[in-house]
Design a protein around this ligand. Structure first.
Ligand SMILES: Nc1ncnc2c1ncn2[C@@H]1O[C@H](COP(=O)(O)OP(=O)(O)O)[C@@H](O)[C@H]1O
Ligand SMILES: [Mg+2]
Length: 268
């Protein structure tokens, strides 16, 4: 299929896809979403609108029935080395140390010698601020620390496109804000294209260059909002800016419109 040049330049391109589950539940109908290289896009929507399904399609875990999903111009498949994902559950091996959990990802991908894997795993643990905890087992790490190990394991594979599905949703608000700041620090250093899925409005505004609001499935995109807040962003400064609160209020209104529409669609 010929590809439109602006789409071919996108790092991540979902192009007119259709998708339904086996039980006939339609989630996407002619749905499109693009992200340019290095862009941080947050996808915001209420529970059940299709966020995880979208991420699974982007990761190649599910296949669209029509349309195409391209990562850096290539048809998506889970083993593309450009692709990294971080899920809500850290999914670590409890019998391995933090360092060995990060090394495991490298070993599975067959990247480098043992010594190189060890070196790289340590470098990425350092990047997420956990070098001091390298030898700890999973139960000796807090929820936030476990999520950082999981992030380090993904980052160590050096993906250029990072798919994140509510990675901090299980954390308390203080840890989540901290992880949001850390995510931006790492992103500024590594420059990946990020698709970050969340149902948390503040998180979306704090992180993203652009927030995409989804309708209830199969309603597609409700609207988009460009977040023109200065970078680098910090919890202490950014979250208190009048502009931050304006974006947040605007998105709250949009989400309540989406919710009202979904309620009006429910059978009486
Ligand atoms: N395996 C499945 N089979 C059938 N329906 C599913 C399946 N997984 C999810 N769904 C439905 O698809 C819709 C989108 O789900 P999901 O992508 O998980 O939403 P979100 O992540 O936004 O909460 C929901 O209505 C959900 O119930
Ligand atoms: Mg989900």
């Amino acid at each position: 299929m010929p590809v439109n040049p602006s789409i071919a330049r996108a790092a991540l391109s979902v192009d007119s896809i259709g998708f339904a589950y086996g039980n006939g539940h339609r989630v996407f109908d002619d749905f499109s979403l693009h992200a340019r290289p290095g862009e941080f896009v947050a996808v915001l929507g209420p529970s059940g609108c299709g966020k995880t399904t979208l991420l699974n399609l982007l990761a190649g875990f599910q296949t669209a029935h029509s349309g195409q999903v391209l990562i850096n111009g290539q048809a998506v498949r889970p083993e593309l080395p450009e692709l990294g994902y971080v899920f809500q559950a850290p999914q670590l091996f409890p019998w391995l140390s933090a360092l060995d959990n990060v090394r495991f990802g490298l070993r599975m991908a067959g990247r480098g010698s043992d010594a190189e894997q060890q070196h790289r795993a340590r470098a990425y643990l350092r990047m997420v601020g956990l070098e001091h905890a390298a030898s700890r087992l999973v139960h000796q790490l807090s929820g936030g620390m476990q999520q950082r190990v999981s992030l380090a394991r993904t980052l160590a594979l050096q993906p250029t496109v990072l798919l994140m599905d509510e990675p901090f949703a299980a954390l308390d608000a203080i840890s989540r804000n901290h992880m949001n700041e850390e995510t931006l620090r790492i992103w500024a250093e590594l420059g990946q294209t990020v698709l970050f899925i969340t149902h948390d409005i503040d998180e979306a505004v704090f992180l993203a260059d652009r927030v995409v609001v989804l309708n209830i499935a199969p309603g597609g995109i409700h609207s988009e909002l460009t977040i023109d807040l200065p970078r680098p962003r910090s919890n202490l400064i950014t979250r208190r800016l009048a502009q931050f609160l304006d974006y947040r209020n605007e998105l709250m209104e949009r989400i309540s419109t989406v919710m009202a529409q979904s309620l009006s669609l429910e059978p009486a």
